[in-house]
Design a protein around this ligand. Sequence first.
Ligand SMILES: Nc1ncnc2c1ncn2[C@@H]1O[C@H](COP(=O)(O)OP(=O)(O)OP(=O)(O)O)[C@@H](O)[C@H]1O
Length: 233
Amino acid sequence: MDEAMIRVEHVRKRFGRKQVLRDISMEARRGEITCLVGTNGSGKSTLLRAIMGLTPLSGGRVEVDGAAFHHGMYEKVAFIPDTLTMPPGMTVRACMTFMQDFYRSWEAARGEELLAFFKLDPASRVGSLSKGTAAKLNLVLGLGLNADYVLMDEPFSGIDLFSREHIASVFASELIEDRGVLFTTHEIQDVEHLIDKVVMLDQGVIAKEFYCEDIRQREGKSVLDVMREVYQA
Ligand SMILES: Nc1ncnc2c1ncn2[C@@H]1O[C@H](COP(=O)(O)OP(=O)(O)OP(=O)(O)O)[C@@H](O)[C@H]1O
């Protein structure tokens, strides 16, 4: 059996008395772009953080390529959060040097390629970046890692149309290659043509998990059509 995937099995997560993830089982395969969707507060960020071991699970398990997730896997699975975590005084160049010092899997040449792709100025400081530019730097730092899987939390949040298109084009480029991508977005219509699979989260469970091509061919529906059916039912 091909185990090149992140597999989430019966994951549960509770914050105090609030059960956010009730029983989540899903897969994100290497070589595929998987999009996690759900209404506000449905637990998308919580699930990404749970997969990365950034928040303890209340139950269930996460496997990467058939082995239980452990901290050594941070080189294999990159996480790009929805906010830039670098200190405001640091320059873009210093952020890249930090990544180089901190991660064995940082690929300097790929980092330079990404910097050029997003037209970022290496001398600008983190604190002076606009929201969209900060999001681009976040992508440079995450995708510069030679990780097999990349998890991204809302890479398009608050970003203008052209920057969104620019970021979306990364998904179709060799910068992603055969990695496995799992990301969340509310801007599904912008990326629908780029994604392979959709996982729909609703009230702590997976309401639906499907390949976009299947739903298009079999039912003649767009992802948005299916989302309307599930979330507006
Ligand atoms: N650290 C925490 N402590 C308590 N509750 C939390 C914590 N983190 C998240 N929650 C709650 O878990 C639920 C899911 O939050 P989460 O951020 O995962 O949703 P989301 O689907 O990413 O939402 P959005 O689309 O608005 O970004 C929310 O009700 C939130 O208030």
